[in-house]
Design a protein around this ligand. Structure first.
Ligand code: C2E
Ligand code: MG
Ligand code: MG
Ligand code: MG
Length: 292
């Protein structure tokens, strides 16, 4: 019986090990494929930017849009940025990809303006690897100049990972960005090693509360308490708060009661293709009423 137990432990141990190994192998193979395909995707034009409206929770009017990458590969099908952006970050592809995102966003802004559409500020997500490059700001300024885009039309969303790696270097860059008139948002707040003390010293304008909190805000009193605390502390520090991932009226009502300023989520709108923009009710309303 003792032998039997050892035998079982060994086989089950081995079986687990093999399963894990196989899973890791498949993961690795897919990542390599994503990397290879992504390198070609930029030139092959099967990347796209979509835009998700941001809504003022008091007036329910559109006050901005977030640019989000969409990739539809001939072989892999549609791949989520939640999967390919981390791979782009690890492999350095994020640098040309990030340049493409800025340029594409500016092209769309220009096209909309030429169509006479009122364009609200556009938020672009930026990875730590991009901001760490010394040529980040010169490249960005050259692009803004090329497309004659007013920097105040641009918001930059960063996650706190950048602050942990190089808080001092980052602070200087963020101050420069802010001085040029661009707005700064800290994304996915509450998930990483976020600390409100970062916000005290850095020139952020917006705190974006991560979707996990909003998703559970009704059912889970801890998420409710954290959301409430983030909102009041951010306000005390002079920052506006954006809630991500609002999907129902109960969440909206609670966030309004907590004084949350801005919301994003499927309740209002998912991210829209650039050419459907002018027909979107939110953008139509914005154009009828004008920017605030
Ligand atoms: P993020 O910046 O936090 O963007 C919010 C994500 O939540 C987007 O996912 C958006 O489509 C999704 N979302 C919005 N409202 C709802 C909702 O009501 N319910 C649910 N379930 N989801 C909602 P997406 O587009 O898949 O992007 C995932 C992440 O990929 C982004 O998170 C961002 O970190 C990254 N990403 C996307 N585009 C870019 C980019 O151009 N550059 C960089 N560096 N990262 C990007
Ligand atoms: Mg974002
Ligand atoms: Mg986020
Ligand atoms: Mg995110």
């Amino acid at each position: 019986n003792a032998d039997m137990a050892v035998y079982q432990a060994k086989t089950s141990g081995r079986a687990t090990y093999h399963f894990y190994d196989g899973e890791m192998g498949r993961r690795f193979a897919r990542n390599v494929r994503i990397e290879t395909r992504l390198r070609q995707a930029i030139s092959k034009e099967n990347l796209e930017l979509h835009f998700q409206p941001k809504v003022d929770l008091v007036t329910e009017r559109c006050v901005g849009m977030e640019a989000l990458l969409r990739w539809n590969d001939e072989e892999l099908g549609s791949v989520s940025p939640a999967e390919f952006v981390p791979i782009a970050e690890q492999t350095g592809i994020i640098i040309p990809l990030g340049d493409w995102v800025f340029e594409q966003a500016f092209k769309h802004i220009l096209e909309w303006q030429e169509l006479g559409i009122i364009v609200p500020p556009i938020a672009v997500n930026c990875s730590a690897a991009q901001l760490k490059r010394v040529d980040f700001l010169p490249k960005l300024l050259a692009l803004l100049d090329k497309y004659k885009i007013d920097p105040s039309l641009l918001e930059i969303e960063v996650t706190e990972s950048i602050l942990i790696e190089d808080a001092v270097g980052c602070a200087e860059l963020l101050r420069q960005i802010s001085r040029l008139g661009m707005k700064l948002a800290i994304d996915d707040f509450g998930t990483g090693y976020s600390s409100l003390s970062y916000l005290k010293d850095l020139p952020f304008h917006y705190v974006k509360i991560d979707q996990v909190f909003i998703r559970n805000i009704i059912e889970d009193t801890k998420h409710e308490a954290l959301t409430h605390a983030i909102i009041s502390m951010s306000h005390d520090l002079g920052l506006k708060v954006i809630a991500e991932g609002i999907t129902n009226a109960d969440q909206l009502q609670m966030l309004k009661a907590f004084g949350c300023d801005i919301g994003q989520g499927y309740l209002f709108s998912k991210a829209l293709g650039a050419n459907t923009m002018s027909r979107d009710p939110m953008i139509v309303a914005l154009n009828e009423q004008g920017l605030e």
